[in-house]
Design a protein around this ligand. Structure first.
Ligand SMILES: [Zn+2]
Length: 251
């Protein structure tokens, strides 16, 4: 049976590569099994077909040393928090039994991103219900049978990847050593990021993307005194055993 220590859930293929790809790679290098669930297949993208994007997502996963990656069939641009969609994600959570779930921050510009946040959170809740699909009304049982075959599971920790929203992170992960590979994983989406005719104006040239990605990572790195980092939010407080081992210099 497949399992994962860390599962990142995102709306679109190439979201994870922009928000927490460095962290996933770092965790894989520490010996953890990592997984990515993309909710949509990218059929609304201006460039590239769904098949191309699937291949590119596989390439990106390989670069990030991700053990497992799958895309659901939720319509691109129409990620909705429905019972059916919650069940689809709950099934994956029960299949992989991750300890940590990384989901998008709950506010943002793109509705798919912030909807994914609530949708995935509620799917975690569902995934932990022992009686899901049993002893319930026929309407709520509908579609739940595939999920009820698997034992209940809830991730221990939910953290929010906050790169898409201007909010102060509660912690950052040092990705200085992973930065290059993380950038390469984004560039694996050749149909999206290969340089186009100069002056077409529709897509940003690669040098510009590189500059943006580097600036963001350097900004979050600076907050913690490292070169590059990725920002996260946790809703809970941090628990400290030994204050002498607290990271990040104050003065
Ligand atoms: Zn996206």
């Amino acid at each position: 049976m497949t399992s994962a220590d860390i599962l990142a859930v995102a709306a679109h293929r190439d979201d994870v590569e922009q928000t927490c790809g460095g962290t996933l790679l770092r965790m894989a290098e520490h010996g953890h099994r990592t997984a990515i669930l993309d909710l949509t297949q990218g059929e609304m993208g201006t460039r590239g077909s769904v098949e191309e994007r699937a291949r590119e997502a596989e390439d990106a996963a390989r670069i990030l040393k991700v053990s497992w990656r799958r895309a659901l069939d939720i319509p691109d641009g129409r990620v909705e928090n429905t019972w059916e969609n919650r069940l689809k994600i709950a099934r994956v959570i029960r299949e992989l039994r991750p300890r940590v779930l990384i989901i998008p921050y709950w506010a943002g510009r793109h509705p798919d991103h912030y909807t994914t946040s609530t949708l995935a959170y509620e799917a975690c809740f569902l995934a932990g219900l022992a009686k899901l699909g049993k002893n319930v009304s026929p309407e709520s049982r509908e579609g739940a049978s595939a999920v009820s075959d698997l034992p209940p599971h809830r991730p221990f920790k939910i953290i929010y990847a906050s790169l898409y929203f201007d909010v102060r992170p509660t912690f950052v992960v040092d990705i200085t050593d992973q930065f290059e590979s993380r950038f390469q994983s984004l560039m694996a989406y050749r149909s999206q990021y290969s340089d186009q005719e100069p002056g077409s104006g529709l897509f940003v040239p690669n040098a510009e993307i590189r500059k943006r990605v580097e600036t963001m990572a350097a900004f979050y790195g600076m907050l913690a005194g490292v070169q590059y980092a990725e920002p996260f939010i946790q809703k809970e407080v941090g628990l400290v055993d030994d204050v002498t081992s607290l990271a990040v210099q104050s003065i």
